[in-house]
Ligand binder design. Structure first.
Ligand code: ZN
Ligand code: ZN
Length: 346
């Protein structure tokens, strides 16, 4: 089968022919139809410090996908051949304290597909039955491929109650845009999104943000607050950029008692205005991944009941590239003038 492989330590990827993965007794073999490109995949291709410290090549990369079940192991009972599925890409140990408490997203030995074991940029991927999420038969393939990042957006956006709250989203990548749409869906009052790319801010506006702000321009977040009649600061912050300046801007624009959910991963440690965090009595919560599997139920239900949210989520897909032309997908993702880039493996 075709697979996009990190063959050895160092930059680059190779599209090559590899043996199909074997389906174990508790596993499901999936024919990949669509796969989404993530920031993680860019880091792996360029081989930055994180990738060098984490990956053990050779490895099939990729973790965001949608596909069709072609084989199930003899002990699989809940997943059937022919079903359209996505999968939670974190495979947990089941033995650590958090796993045994049912808090699988906090597993101390979690292993990610496309990072710690073979992933989904391939014709076939094998997943444990417990990780497979079955979609309705008429699921839109692009939206199906978004369930992994939509899970990040959902888990982050729903970390704190949003009804009637003023929400600041820093970073208008696909996850930030989807989080803004979710915030509006669940009843936030004002949702303001910041970024440095007008292209991405247009996506946020289309997804329902009340106000978008390019922080490289003349207007500050404080100006934006005044423009929409806010007087006291944001109640909720959703940090999606990993940019130190965005985090400090957010802290400076929160109301007293404000709550911040942080998903954006910074490249390096950086200074924070802790005096403001303390005297403004802010709560800061780190977020990684998504809940297994409550977030999956929540996002599936929200898409099912809200055509508006469904359209907003589908709207973050801006590029579809044939898998054989995979360098074009990386080029589009690196350009910054993109939302989610999807590879078509069908
Ligand atoms: Zn991802
Ligand atoms: Zn565990």
């Amino acid at each position: 089968m075709r697979a996009l492989v990190k063959t050895e330590a160092g930059p680059g990827l190779t599209m090559m022919d590899v043996p199909e993965p074997i389906c174990g007794p508790n596993e499901v073999k999936i024919r990949v139809l669509r796969a989404g490109l993530c920031g993680t995949d860019l880091h792996i291709e360029e081989w930055d410090d994180w990738a060098a410290a984490t990956l053990r090549p050779p490895l099939v990369v990729g973790h965001e996908f949608f596909g069709e079940v072609v084989e199930v192991g003899p002990e699989v009972t809940s997943v059937h051949v022919g079903k359209k599925v996505s999968a939670e890409g974190h495979i947990v140990c089941g033995q650590c304290r958090n796993c045994r408490a049912g808090l699988r997203q906090l597993c101390i030995r979690t292993r990610g597909i496309g990072v710690n074991r073979d992933g989904a940029f391939a014709d076939y991927v094998v997943m444990p039955e417990t990780n497979v999420w079955t979609h309705p038969d008429d699921m839109d393939p692009d939206v199906g491929a978004l369930f992994d990042p939509l899970g990040n957006a959902t888990h982050t956006a729903l970390m704190f109650p949003l009804v009637g709250e003023d929400v600041l989203v820093t970073g208008a990548g696909p996850i930030g845009v989807m989080a803004a749409a979710i915030a509006k869906h669940v009843g936030a009052r004002h949702v303001v999104v910041t970024d440095v790319s007008d292209y991405r801010l247009d996506l946020a506006r289309a997804a329902g943000a009340d106000l978008v702000l390019n922080v490289t321009g003349d207007r500050s977040i404080a100006d934006a607050q005044r423009a929409i009649g806010m007087r006291e600061g944001f109640d909720i912050g959703l940090e999606m950029s990993g940019a130190p300046s965005a985090v400090n801007d957010m802290i400076a624009n929160m109301n007293h008692g404000g709550r911040i959910a942080m998903l954006g991963l910074p490249k390096d440690p950086y200074p924070i205005d802790w005096g403001k965090v303390i005297t403004h009595m802010l709560t800061i919560k780190g977020i990684y991944g998504r809940e297994m599997y409550d977030t999956w139920y929540k996002m599936a239900a929200m898409l099912q009941t809200s055509p508006t949210l469904f359209a907003a989520v589908k709207g973050v897909v801006t590029h579809r590239v044939n898998a054989d032309d995979w360098p074009d997908a990386w080029a589009a993702a690196r350009s910054g003038a993109c939302g989610k880039v999807i590879m078509d493996w069908s």
